[in-house]
Design a protein around this ligand. Structure first.
Ligand SMILES: *Cc1c(COP(=O)(O)O)cnc(C)c1O
Length: 358
């Protein structure tokens, strides 16, 4: 079996994989509604959302929820500000442009954190919405959620946080930071199969969704919210993956909750970063998320390392695309990984070094 250090899909526990092997049940039943209600309750608990906030489950990868958030929460009358620090920030820009939304970007150089002074030029400029990928997974940069929450609050901006790769990897407080929409997906730290994404919605967001009343059908959140009142979805959801999520969320709860899970991921990240000190790599993010370590190899092509680990050691790391293909690869720390797995990866990297390939 391949050892998977990518940023998604990541390795699932044996338990989650067993659920994936089960016969998929019929879902218009009180039993499946109970599964959905418990999924909602645990997602809210782990995001530090309140009783009154809502959750909807979308069948589609994370990008479906990014698109759903944009089209259900905003109109052409809004003026949006988007943090664009890499390919996921660019994705929000592209979605907004498809729908003719007015938006401006805060462009960040590769690997750079977002600082208070980067926000200064955008204060009191009449922006009505702010969109950010809390962990810009393409570069491994984690932004400062409390700082962004304060910025949105004092500027009266509707706050959309794509936490697809940071939910359960980095601490997130939905309520304390005034988040209106929080997104996550099944194949990142939730460590299930891809195919389901999740939106956590504040009371303010629910009001906005009803007011906007988006002209779309499959990704319409008004109808999704209505059906979720009875633990259902408007269309056939990815029932098998929602059952996997149920098993996974309950296991996290039994093992101590989101705090314990985040600590487990953080420990894996710190262990890996300590063990590569003597290898010819540079960590290229100013403020790395616990979810992944972005590395620049000093001597050889990043893509060659990805290929060699895949073909000769049965280990996947995560290649970067585009112009970063040869200069950066990422090592993920999400999913069913252990310290001993880090040791296997370090041993493979040391072997590449011994062979003159690193
Ligand atoms: C993975 C990810 C997404 C969603 O990508 P999909 O391929 O559509 O699941 C969105 N935003 C971030 C920050 C991600 O890491």
């Amino acid at each position: 079996m391949m050892l998977n250090f990518t940023v998604g899909p990541v390795m699932s526990s044996e338990e989650v994989r067993a659920v994936g092997g089960e016969q998929v049940p019929y879902f218009r039943t009180p039993e499946f509604s109970e599964v959905m209600f418990e999924n909602e309750r645990l997602i809210k608990k782990f995001a530090n959302a309140t009783e009154r906030d809502k959750v909807v489950f979308i069948t589609g990868s994370g990008t479906a929820s990014m698109e759903a958030a944009v089209i259900n929460c905003f109109t052409e009358r809004d003026k949006l500000l988007i943090v664009n620090g890499g390919s996921f920030g660019q994705r929000f820009v592209d979605i907004c442009q498809v729908y003719g939304m007015r938006c401006e970007e805060i462009k960040l150089p590769f690997g750079k954190a977002l600082k208070e002074e980067d926000l200064l030029p955008f204060e009191n400029r009449g922006f009505t919405g702010f969109l950010v990928n809390l962990h810009e997974t393409s570069t491994g940069v984690l932004y400062d959620l409390p700082m962004l929450g304060r910025f949105c609050k004092r500027n009266g901006m509707f706050f959309v946080v794509d936490a697809i790769s940071s939910f359960l990897a980095d601490p997130i407080d939905f309520k304390a930071n005034g988040v209106d929409v929080l997104l996550t997906g099944s194949q990142k730290a939730l460590a299930c199969a891809p195919g389901v994404s999740v939106l956590v919605l504040s009371e303010n967001a629910v009001r906005k969704i009803h007011a906007v009343n988006a002209k779309c059908y499959y990704l319409n959140l008004t109808s999704a919210l209505k059906d979720m009142e009875r633990g259902q979805t408007p269309f056939t959801p990815a029932v098998g993956i929602l059952n996997q999520l149920h098993a996974r969320l309950r296991k996290i709860e039994a093992d101590g909750g989101s705090g314990a899970e985040i600590e487990r991921v953080a420990n894996l990240a710190n262990d890996f970063r300590a063990k590569i000190k003597d290898l010819p790599f540079e960590i290229v993010s100013e403020s790395p998320s616990n979810a992944a370590t972005p590395l620049h190899p000093l001597n050889v092509s990043a893509y060659q390392i990805f290929t060699a680990l895949k073909d000769e050691y049965e280990i996947w790391v995560c290649p970067n695309g585009g112009e970063l293909k040869d200069s950066v690869f990422r090592v993920g720390h999400m999913g069913a990984l252990k310290v001993e797995d880090n040791d296997l990866l370090i041993a493979a990297l040391n072997d590449l070094k011994r062979r003159g390939l690193l």
